[in-house]
Write a protein that binds this ligand. Structure first.
Ligand SMILES: [Fe+2]
Ligand SMILES: [Fe+2]
Length: 234
């Protein structure tokens, strides 16, 4: 399956030439378009409407997860419904199958990486924060366990490993993703992991278990490759 993936479109209240150019021809030669969150700038239905207007011209099946920006106005359910109405599959701790390839997706959350992993200890506020991170990983793992496909791909917004956030200030790393996501995916096994969110991060890395991870954020892809999106085959 030929996948084209992009994250962090951050669509505002009018179509821009930059987004039009990005989306022009993005579906050529691809079997599926993956949208890795932050579809809108402030999570407003009007911004989603603008994006969906532009996506209409991209004639390939589409799968999306939401990003933190899509939650900004507390209208994530409305945005999800709008995407579904436009035939975009939205994954939120859920799975879907397309031409024999299984996709699992969730937004993910913060928490930090490796030995700088924040533990749910001390104040209630910190425990609640980390509990959100744990729940995202548990949800991802449970969903994946239900997927009975030889080839599987995971879609996230937050990063699962430190390597693909490298380039961002180290003080921010704990807010850009969490190793819990990688650990869950390593236990279940997938062919590739796609994520966005870390605009100043790096394009590729691997989980401790060896799964390739791609930061498909459009800004990262534009800095490191010929296009502001990522093409891969699984
Ligand atoms: Fe973003
Ligand atoms: Fe984000």
């Amino acid at each position: 399956m030929r996948i084209v993936a992009v994250g962090d479109l951050h669509c505002r209240d009018h179509p821009t030439e930059e987004l039009r150019t990005l989306l022009k021809g993005i579906g050529d030669g691809a079997d599926v378009l993956v949208l890795a969150g932050d579809l809108t700038e402030t999570g407003l239905p009007h911004e989603m409407e603008v994006l969906l207007g532009m996506l209409k011209k991209v004639n390939v099946p589409k799968i999306a997860v939401l990003g933190n920006h899509d939650y900004e106005s507390d209208q994530q359910d409305t945005l999800t419904q709008m995407l579904c109405d436009a035939d975009v599959r939205v994954l939120n701790g859920t799975v879907c199958e397309m031409d024999g390839v299984g996709f699992v997706g969730t937004k993910g959350f913060c928490g930090g990486f490796d030995n700088l992993f924040i533990q749910p200890f001390g104040e209630r506020a910190l425990k609640t924060f980390i509990q959100t991170s744990i729940e995202e990983a548990v949800q991802l793992e449970n969903a994946l366990a239900k997927l009975d496909c030889p080839r599987k791909v995971a879609i996230l917004h937050y990063a699962p490993i430190k390597a693909t956030v490298e380039g961002e200030p180290p003080e921010l790393h704990a807010f850009l993703g969490c190793s819990r996501l990688a650990n869950a995916l390593d236990r279940q096994g997938v062919a590739a992991i796609l994520h966005g969110h870390a605009h100043y991060g790096s394009p590729e890395g691997r989980t401790p278990g060896g799964i390739p991870v791609y930061n498909v954020c459009r800004f990262v892809q534009a800095r490191h490759g010929p296009h502001p999106y990522c093409r891969l085959e699984v």
